[in-house]
Design a protein around this ligand. Structure first.
Ligand SMILES: *Cc1c(COP(=O)(O)O)cnc(C)c1O
Length: 421
């Protein structure tokens, strides 16, 4: 079988070991009488993985636009091109004009600075958690960081921002109450040991009722630098999400430093963005930990193309008119008329990236629940959500360019379901 030209070509592309594994598994099916010997080569070719990486592409039909378990923001085509181009040798730390060593990622930093003119300086690290580690280590080691009791945030998988700060050497000083924190709480806590006042945007929960927090502008008047973790990475206000903070507004209000993720609503690769006062950014940049938290060339390339290029998929999904999503759903349902499919109105959400509790009007294809597992096992795998005893494929989180592939995946899953039945 390894002499089959298609499998020989695959061994060049995927490596001999991967192709060998597929052939062995196929021959096992023949031995068990589940496959005719004459079909073995075709079956092996069909079973080959798309790439040598086990992290394959899936379709996110969960309706959660920024799904941390599915890799958060999908990159734009421009960003994918950018990172493919940078994958070989690229002058990531070289000044092409002089041929000498240059500032790492200078072109990317310039693009970010141009996108946020309020920032005196910009720095990029591995993720937002890394940005907070660097801030704590470089600016608050052994000194106090004031944090409201309403902003002790667990970001996911058991990790908590305040524990990250203390692990980086800062001393936490809690102010206010869970539901209400006032300017006087901060003012009473400020002293000679205060290094920073930190505000963390509650990006994965919302408080309602008898609640209040202090705007960044008021905190800025207290003296110590105010660091604002805005979370989602919006560089400017987003009309669809009026309550979501953004970097420009936070700096204009007086924040000394703003940190954010690049792979949430900004729609780029995983990275942590830091904007603000030049002296503070420089101290972070020169701290020894900065070297351990730096980003690689692929991230820098994809980030640059996200900033400079066309609207990334997450932003397009956020802004898509619901009438357009309904039109796609009805078209898909017509194409799948031989399948038990209904078109249902639903609500999508931003997800771990921000805007907790905000429902985005959307439309889903509703399928029999037993298709959920078959869709996840398909090619490409499709992830929906279970609602009302059905499997819903929410189209707001599916880029329109994937509609054809989605239709084929549903058809294949339905066919396997009726085979099994
Ligand atoms: C997502 C988030 C983080 C963690 O960011 P990563 O980029 O995942 O490290 C920290 N703070 C807030 C407010 C967030 O929303």
């Amino acid at each position: 079988m390894l002499a089959d030209p298609r499998l020989r070509a695959a061994a060049q592309r995927l490596g001999h070991r991967l192709v060998h594994e597929v052939v062995v598994a196929t021959l096992q099916q023949v031995r068990e009488g589940r496959l005719a010997p004459g079909q073995a080569a075709d079956a092996a070719v069909a079973a080959l993985p798309a790439t040598a990486s086990p992290l394959g592409r899936v379709i996110n039909a969960t309706g959660v636009l920024v799904h941390t378990n599915l890799g958060r923001a999908p990159l734009s085509a421009a960003a994918v091109d950018g990172l493919a181009e940078a994958a070989g040798h690229t002058p990531v730390e070289l000044d092409p004009a002089t041929g000498r060593r240059g500032r790492r990622g200078q072109a990317v930093l310039s693009l970010l600075a141009a996108a946020v003119p309020h920032a005196e300086a910009v720095h990029v690290v591995n993720n937002n958690a890394a940005a907070l580690v660097l801030v704590a280590a470089a600016l608050a080691s052994g000194r106090e960081v004031l944090l409201s009791r309403g902003e002790f945030v667990e970001i996911g998988d058991g990790f908590r921002v305040h524990e990250l700060l203390t692990a980086s050497g800062a001393v936490l000083r809690e102010v206010g109450a869970t539901n209400r924190t006032h300017l006087a709480d901060y003012a009473n806590a400020v002293g000679p040991d205060t290094a920073l006042i930190l505000r963390i945007h509650p990006s994965n929960y919302a408080q309602q009722g008898f609640v209040s927090s202090v705007p960044v502008g008021e905190l800025a008047g207290l003296g110590p630098p105010v660091v604002y973790d805005v979370g989602s990475g919006l560089l400017a206000p987003e009309p669809v999400l009026p309550d979501e903070p953004d970097v420009t507004t936070a700096l204009a209000a007086g924040a000394a430093l703003v940190t954010a993720s690049a792979d949430k609503l900004l729609g780029g690769p995983q990275a942590g963005l830091m904007f603000g006062r030049a002296d503070l950014i420089e101290r972070c940049r020169r701290h020894p930990l900065a070297r351990a938290l730096r980003v690689d060339k692929l991230t820098l390339a994809a980030l640059a193309a996200t900033i400079a290029g066309p609207t990334p998929p997450v932003r397009a999904a956020l802004r898509a008119p619901v009438a357009e999503i309904r039109r796609r759903a009805e078209q898909l349902a017509r194409r799948l008329s031989d399948v038990d499919v209904r078109v249902v109105d639903c609500e999508a959400s931003v997800g771990g990236g921000g805007a907790p509790g905000v429902g985005l009007p959307s439309v889903a294809l509703s399928l029999p629940e037993e298709l959920a597992g078959l869709l996840r096992a398909g090619r490409p795998p499709v992830y929906g959500r279970i609602a009302d005893g059905r499997c819903w494929l929410d189209l707001r989180s599916v880029p329109p360019t994937e509609d054809d592939v989605l239709a084929e995946a549903v058809r294949a899953a339905a066919a396997r379901s009726s085979d099994a039945g």
